[in-house]
Design a protein around this ligand. Structure first.
Ligand code: IMP
Ligand code: MG
Length: 174
């Protein structure tokens, strides 16, 4: 089944370029350490850093939730390798849904004593957040539905789609 187009390739490209400008401007001339959240943010990150015009270092993190009951306990299963102390750090994630994973990651990364910590998501779902988190940079606000493509998946499928799409059938989230 081919997902329907929600955000076409060209629109993503334009917006990612704008975000890169906003971010470069916000960090002025300071080198930025990008923490890309695996797996979903790898495509977005790859495009974003190529449009940025400040120095960047890239590292990866991964958060997993263990679902015993409905509310899964979050854990960082892949930690940053770079030293973040005193650095200007930007967490880059694919999508903000309940906000729990970014909220969790934010406080984890604060423990590494960065000089500055900002967050960027490509997509933010229009829904009531479970936690109080407002990303510094948001690409697109989208309806509360399950989306795929441009790095986002359902059971690891569709990450390679060049656009953001949705599937009409109901899928279990995550
Ligand atoms: P949150 O903790 O509920 O904000 O969940 C964020 C994470 O869940 C994202 O980083 C994605 O990995 C995943 N996720 C949430 N909604 C979607 C979606 O619509 N498509 C694909 N992945 C999603
Ligand atoms: Mg994710």
């Amino acid at each position: 089944m081919t997902p329907k187009v929600l955000i076409p390739e060209e629109k993503i490209r334009q917006r990612v370029k704008e975000l890169a400008d906003e971010i470069s401007e916000a960090f002025k001339n300071t080198p930025v350490t990008i923490l890309s959240v695996l797996k979903g943010a790898f495509v977005f990150t790859a495009d974003l850093i190529r449009f940025m015009n400040v120095e960047v270092e890239v590292d990866f993190v991964r958060v997993k939730s263990y679902q015993g009951n409905r509310k899964g306990k979050l854990e960082t299963i892949y930690k940053p390798e770079l030293n973040l102390k005193g650095r200007s750090v930007l967490i880059v994630d694919d999508i903000l849904d309940t906000g729990e994973s970014l909220h969790f990651l934010y406080s984890e990364i604060l423990n590494h004593s960065p000089a500055e910590l900002k967050t960027c998501v490509l997509l933010e779902k229009k829904r009531k957040k479970e936690v109080d988190i407002k990303p510094d940079f948001v690409g697109f606000t989208i309806p509360d539905r399950f989306v795929v493509g441009y790095g986002l998946d359902i059971n690891d499928m569709y990450r390679g789609l060049p656009y953001i799409g949705y599937i009409e059938k109901n899928y279990e989230e995550k």
